[in-house]
Ligand binder design. Sequence first.
Ligand code: GTP
Ligand code: SPV
Ligand code: MN
Length: 590
Amino acid sequence: MSLTNNKAVNAWVEEMASMTRPDEVVWIDGSEEQLNALRAQSVASGEILELNREKLPGCYLHRTAVNDVARVEHRTFICSRKQEDAGPTNNWMDPVEMYAKLRKLYDGAMKGRTMYVIPFSMTVPESPFAKFGIELTDSIYVVLNMAIMTRIGVRVLKCLDASKDPSDFTKGLHAKAGIDEENRYIVQFPEDNAIWSINSGYGGNVLLGKKCFALRIASYLGRNEGWMAEHMLILGLENPKGEVRYVAAAFPSACGKTNLAMLIPPEVYKKKGYKVWCVGDDIAWLRVGPDGRLWAVNPEAGFFGVAPGTNMKSNPNALQTCQKNTIFTNVVHNLDDNTIWWEGLDKNPPKNALNWKGEKWDSSDGSVGAHPNSRFTAPAAQCPCISSEFEAPQGVPISALIFGGRRAKTAPLVYQSRDWDHGVFVGSIMASETTAAAAGAVGVVRRDPMAMLPFCGYHMGDYFTHWLEMGKNIPNPPKIFNVNWFRTDENGKFIWPGYGENLRVLDWIVRRAFGEADAVEGPIGWLPRAEDISLEDLDVSLDTLKNLLSVDKTLWREEAKGIHEFYAKFGDKLPAKLKEELSTLEKNLA
Ligand code: GTP
Ligand code: SPV
Ligand code: MN
């Protein structure tokens, strides 16, 4: 039975049900009773497995189909009415054609199954910045994940009904169908505020509030409404004076957002009183506040974090966050004590275990047990360093924006843009080695502007223009930086220790943003003097740091050629300002 009198919601749910023809329609009210019943049902069907109640209370393990372990960018579409509005970096199909094609796939796809109706809100529903959606899905796993990642249930329906336009909600439709790779589609219809996803059961493909809505659709809405939806973590850095300064950082998938967002300062910094507070680990919605600063909210309620490599040394906060009420996907199942394991958790892989595919496994044959893109879904509120401002309706004021990626050679450890427009240029030329977060080759360098290549819901040239326009409308804009934790030596080993030690770089960034630290002008922007980044109690020499901060002009001239090629894709949609910035860079490198 419907939980609302909202005509627009009910009409749409009925229309989708008449197409997909589930045996039953169940509305998700958000209560713990209902979620518990669903957990029990999901355990009974074998979809999820309950883990050790003493060691991991409220935790479950799920395995996806072997062909369904990551986002599928080649099957993700932006179906705006005009192809030009999707731009050269998105797959596009005429929406009329796409709807027709998908209707055939959805036709009767939920026969013999239950359709769950999940009312969800991105950010706290009571916030003036909240956006509401409904996801229809035939997967309990999706319901349980959405319950962690977003705010759901009757509370959301009430806020939608009380909003300015109760018919204004995102329409998300998900059906597992046959998990058929050949017919897998993740489709955004920006003008209809609609998302249709079929034939997948994995993360970003099916938790429609996340990448599909909070980035692809929201970036489109943000452009029309004068705000920004970005693939950014948000953190607060507290200094010994007790001042908390907020930064937001965009790194591509599996390039360190979750890790940076909850980092624990090195011992010397901790002793002085430095602390890091996590506001968000993946997505930021940014608006100009009444005080002329840029303010950020995290639209999500949970973390969908990369498991491998997470350990008590690299990210103890993430590990502690996922000790209860967490869903693990595609990790190793330790059969001895019904717990889980992944590569990089510790040096003791279980002997009696199943790998992510559910096959008998032990590490002695050299194979990996957990999928490289295995994940944990955990409530953000459980994070030991969650910010007191995590649910602040107006968000937090941002002093610095940081871009970064995986670059073995070119990008230095850190540099600062000369001004906002140059900062937009720095974001637009981002490139990074691909990771297991998306299907396809791993370790290939590709351009990924602002870490938004797979997530921008409209023409990327227009997106650059929107960034430049935003700059004009922020009286007191954040300073813009670029970082690279991933430079390697001649043996391919990372030179910079990374993780908690990244605080040393963050500290310089934040002090720069407040005019408290020096910099020297170089060909690509402002760089710290090596002496300005503290190496106290760290096994890195000043020479190594100098090397990490060096800019190899020969490599950068090659880089500039690559940028020209990339920019050429955008034709006359490329803002003239960015072309000028590229010329300036080339002059500086000559
Ligand atoms: P998504 O959730 O896919 O958006 O990823 P993310 O950007 O949140 O990446 P995450 O923090 O989960 O890190 C991904 C991988 O990068 C993990 O295997 C980490 O161990 C590794 N990593 C994170 N930070 C650092 C760092 O500072 N140095 C090095 N060398 N590796 C890092
Ligand atoms: C990413 O790939 O950037 C993620 C995971 O954060 S997913 O939800 O699958 O998009
Ligand atoms: Mn991400």
